[in-house]
Design a protein around this ligand. Structure first.
Ligand code: ADP
Length: 389
């Protein structure tokens, strides 16, 4: 069934934070959707700069923006991904064609938005940004589609959270650059077929497994971002300390990197915290001792586990006897959303071998007990207990 777009739909707000400092000089006009328009004065099109960020305007986004690399050469790590993207960019430039649609997946804070915003800068093209949960109906997507100029980029963050109706609406957009709009009802029903300029959709997801196969298949290019090495994170800490006009010793950068759970966003946040700590409690350069003290105050342990990670493992061990336990049950006990655990907590615990996933649920490993300084249960006594019940 074709998705219906309500007549005269005018988005009450064009969701977006304006990042004028980083926007290119060109401006895009936000045209109002011209579907089933009611008679009368056409609404005045608001101006938005080339980079428009939608879907939540919070403090973390502002902080990310401040330290975000601006060009592909400033991006640290992910070498194989960077190389492939460079090839795609070169080919697109040579052929003077838009990039193929690109899907970026990986845990939060690994650089999906960074890559998505660096690419249009490299191409000197416009970029509109929105996110899956903001697009509750096809009409919410329409202004972005009609705004999209030839070769521009539409970045959809959290694309796995697009509602089904919007997802169906986007298929012909991605494939043939057209939208099918049904207007009116009953005998008066009509279908309008609107052609769009050829542009590129960049989708980002923390859960590529949740994408439907038809949507995934429409992305000709797919890149998975993996956790960063300590050396790469130390490089990011050093570069960003310079951006923040903060002196940091070589070893202190490595200390922060070591506890950043393989994630640049966490490295940035720990760097900021350490800088605040040093400015408040000491003076001068961030040394290893000061970094250690700052991170201990923030309750980040030697592996980089924070309070939430430890609470997860403690719940699994104390409430569920170490597992196997379902993520929903753990989430209920912790009073958190299962999504948060699956996206933000589990990937790193799995990666560093503190957690196992089995068909019957999550299991804490012996290393998890050691990390929390808890006695590892004797497998024989566990078996006996199981037999008793
Ligand atoms: P995601 O969209 O995957 O959640 P972001 O792209 O917003 O992650 O990255 C969060 C922050 O981490 C960025 O603002 C940037 O400062 C930093 N960052 C991410 N990836 C890199 C990278 N490859 N090199 C340097 N900094 C990075």
């Amino acid at each position: 069934m074709m998705p219906r777009v309500d007549g005269g739909a005018t988005p009450s707000r064009f969701p977006g934070r304006l990042d004028s400092s980083r926007a290119s000089n060109s401006k895009i006009m936000v045209r109002q959707p011209v579907i089933g328009g009611s008679a009368g004065e056409p609404p005045k099109p608001p101006h938005t700069p080339a980079f428009t960020l939608g879907g939540g305007d919070n403090e973390q986004e502002r902080l990310d923006e401040e330290l975000r690399p601006q060009r592909l050469d400033d991006v640290v790590g992910q070498r194989a991904v960077v190389e492939r993207l460079k090839i795609m960019l070169n080919a697109a430039r040579k052929r003077k064609e838009p990039l193929g649609h690109l899907l970026l997946d990986g845990p939060p804070g690994l650089g999906k938005t960074t890559f998505a915003t660096v690419l249009p800068r490299e191409l000197g093209t416009e970029c509109q940004i929105t996110s899956g949960p903001v697009l509750s109906a096809p009409k919410d997507l329409l202004p972005y589609l009609t705004n999209a100029s030839y070769g521009s980029i539409l970045f959809i963050d959290e694309i796995h959270r697009l509602p089904h109706t919007v997802e169906e609406f986007i298929y012909p957009v991605m494939e043939d650059f057209r939208v099918d709009i049904s207007l009116g009802e009953g005998l008066n029903a009509r279908t309008i077929n609107m052609r769009l300029k050829q542009f590129t959709v960049i989708g980002a997801t923390t859960r590529s497994g949740m994408l439907t196969a038809p949507l995934r298949d429409r992305f000709v290019n797919r890149e998975h971002l993996d956790f960063y090495t300590i050396e790469e994170l130390a490089d990011i800490v050093r570069r960003n300390a310079r951006k923040l006009h903060t002196k940091i010793s070589e070893e202190a950068s490595v200390e922060i990197a070591r506890r950043s759970r393989g994630t640049p966003r966490i490295a940035n946040n720990l760097l900021r915290w350490t800088r605040d700590f040093v400015d408040s409690e000491a003076e001068g350069e961030i040394t290893t001792a000061l970094a250690q003290e700052a991170l201990a105050r923030r309750e980040v342990d030697d592996l980089g586990l924070d309070r939430q990670d430890r609470r997860y493992l403690e719940t699994l061990i104390r409430v569920f006897g170490g597992g196997p336990a379902g993520v929903q049950a753990i989430a209920h006990s912790m009073n958190l959303a299962a999504d948060t655990l699956e996206d933000e907590v589990e990937p790193f615990l799995l990666r560093c071998g503190l957690l196992q996933r089995s068909p019957r649920g999550r299991i804490a490993t012996a290393e998890a007990y050691q990390q929390l300084r808890l006695a590892v249960p004797d497998p024989d006594s566990v078996e006996k207990q199981k037999r008793l019940f």
